[in-house]
Design a protein around this ligand. Sequence first.
Ligand code: TXA
Ligand code: MG
Length: 356
Amino acid sequence: MNAPTQVLPVDPVHPDPAAIAMAAAALHAGQLVAFPTETVYGLGANALDVAAVARIFAAKERPASDPLIVHIADAGQVDEVAHEVPRLARELAARFWPGPLTLVLPRGPRIPPNVSAGRATVAVRVPRHPVALALLRAARLPVAAPSANRFARPSPTAAAHVLEDLAGRVEIVLDGGPTPIGVESTVVDLTGAEPRLLRPGGIPLEALQALAPGLAYAPRYLAPDADETPAAPGMLLKHYSPSAEVLLFVGPPAAARARMEQAVRERIAAGQRVGVLAPEEEAPAFARLGAAVESLGPRDELEAAASRLFGGLRALDAQGVAAILVRAPERAGLGLAIWDRLFRATEGRVIEVNGG
Ligand code: TXA
Ligand code: MG
């Protein structure tokens, strides 16, 4: 596939209707449009067009077994893409849509099977970014959109990241600036006996449990070469991966930080280029040791860390580091989503540090 990619800069709050109309026309013509959502950039196609949906998988080099999220403009359209919508879905939608929550529901007859990788279910969300909403309203179509990165690369939080991965593979990129949340939506499966959290994301688990007390989360990560077919898709390790090796330090902050400093010294002494993702208060100390450092923003501000996470991984990769060292956040609130993305990027290489 080799389409010239047209980048259309748009105001993130009041996008130019002419640019939105062009992008909507491209979707109707079976083309691909990348657009900002409040989480990350999506790579969109008309969800009702089998061939357009197939182009998403080709552009991303994504396995056909990994289903896509269908984006709609309004909760009222959920019955156009799903059927037998349970009451809990309506309640969660009323509370959290538009916003970073994806609901897995029984797939409606209009949605072609390749959107859902052949499953009888469909993942649906209403994004709240004004550019995404303007596009969905102008197109009057459900839009299938995974994150607009090549498969297993960090998700794109800026139009430049989309171009890094997909230039020449997408017809239009709506550039609405950086995406505010920076990690993907929370995915909840409502098709089983009990609701299940499949992917932690922009809406914290705790907020969902207030409405869905039975909501369970039992992460089961799979190695990329596992023969086992994932019971839930999207559980692969080696996802969100930069080219560098990622080392995740888990443990009490002071002890983990000391171990990281020791690891930086050893690797630099061995001639390696080393990258560190760290809170801004800790960045200067790592820089003095000779590491390339990207800031995650003020310590303990999980929103800042989430919004800088994927960009930080890409920036360190671009500097050619062999390893990226990072300390794990607490697994609560947005920290659960950050932990999940970092853990997958490590492909399981976690360094447990005991108290000190
Ligand atoms: O924030 C987001 O969700 C972004 C923006 C663009 O909306 N999209 C996104 O899409 O992250 P993607 O394709 O990168 O991730 C979709 C996740 C995957 O983990 C996929 O396996 C899961 O949702 N998923 C999609 N359809 C599903 C289904 N029918 N059943 C179970 N999981 C599903
Ligand atoms: Mg993705």
